[in-house]
Design a protein around this ligand. Structure first.
Ligand code: SAM
Length: 248
């Protein structure tokens, strides 16, 4: 029956693809994908070949309409992105929205997501995390976005492009101070995977220690702020009152 399958694909190591994902890619009438070359290559690795429909950031709305028409004609379509889970800092959400709005079936196939993969190996508190995704590339906007997160107690999860990783670490250091723990999860599931945890104070030196560290894909995790207990807040208020009285 007409169904949109939202299929997670590997974030590096191709053997991380799920058996069910392979089954769905094999039975689909067409694959909606971000970059047709990339998806053709992945399919080729498993001896699969299917009609590919480009559904990227710049044509998501029209692609959504075209996919709805194909589903209404009874087709089964698999939606993938270049890597990981579609619609998470990736195209896909508008397509899923259009398909759901048309009253058609959407079935997710879970698999790799860089954010959750990094969290699982970080050792940081994982019961609460705040997925930030990509920060704004302009310094001022990035600082505003980070400042708004200063008191968040959940672990913060960022995606960052390699050419901005040094700037990003510097901005984190400036806004959150030297003591917070940061985890750089680089090239996850790939040959040169590195997962490095250190206080923010040591981050610039770690990044500078190896020229390769300005290349590759990164998830950056930041320890959340310490929870302020009511007692600590009351203490701070009491001390502030004493200080203010001394000043007047
Ligand atoms: N939808 C994808 C997911 O759920 O994993 C994320 C797509 S987003 C366009 C790509 C970003 O994810 C990269 O810039 C990087 O921050 C992160 N990423 C993807 N693959 C990665 C990997 N193998 N190692 C570390 N980070 C990765």
């Amino acid at each position: 029956t007409a169904t949109l399958y939202v299929v997670a694909t590997p974030i590096g190591n191709v053997t991380d693809i799920g058996l069910r994902a392979l089954h769905v890619l094999a039975l689909a009438d067409a694959i909606a994908c971000e970059d047709t070359r990339n998806t053709a290559q992945l399919m080729g690795r498993f001896g699969l070949s299917k009609p590919l429909v480009a559904a990227h950031m710049h044509n998501e709305r029209e692609a959504g309409e075209a996919i709805v028409r194909r589903l209404q004609a009874g087709e089964r379509i698999a939606l993938v992105s270049d890597a990981g889970t579609p619609a998470v800092s990736d195209p896909g959400a508008k397509i899923v929205d259009a398909v759901r709005a048309a009253g058609l079936r959407v079935v997710p196939l879970p698999g790799a997501s860089a954010a959750v993969t990094a969290l699982s190996a970080s050792g940081l508190v994982n019961d609460q995390f705040h997925f930030v995704g990509f920060l704004p590339s302009k310094a001022k906007q990035r600082e505003t976005a980070l400042t708004a997160l200063r008191t968040a107690t959940a672990t913060l999860v960022f995606y960052e492009a390699p050419h901005r990783i040094v700037e990003c670490a510097q901005a984190l250091l400036e806004v959150f101070g030297p003591a917070r723990q940061v985890v750089f999860a680089r090239e996850l599931t790939k040959l040169f995977e590195e997962i490095h945890r250190c206080p923010l104070a040591d981050a610039p030196a770690w990044l500078a220690a190896d020229a390769h560290r300005e290349k590759g894909e990164y998830v950056v995790l930041l320890e959340g702020a310490m929870e302020q207990t009511d007692a600590q807040e009351a203490d701070a208020e009491r001390i502030l009152k004493i200080l203010l009285a001394e000043c007047s």
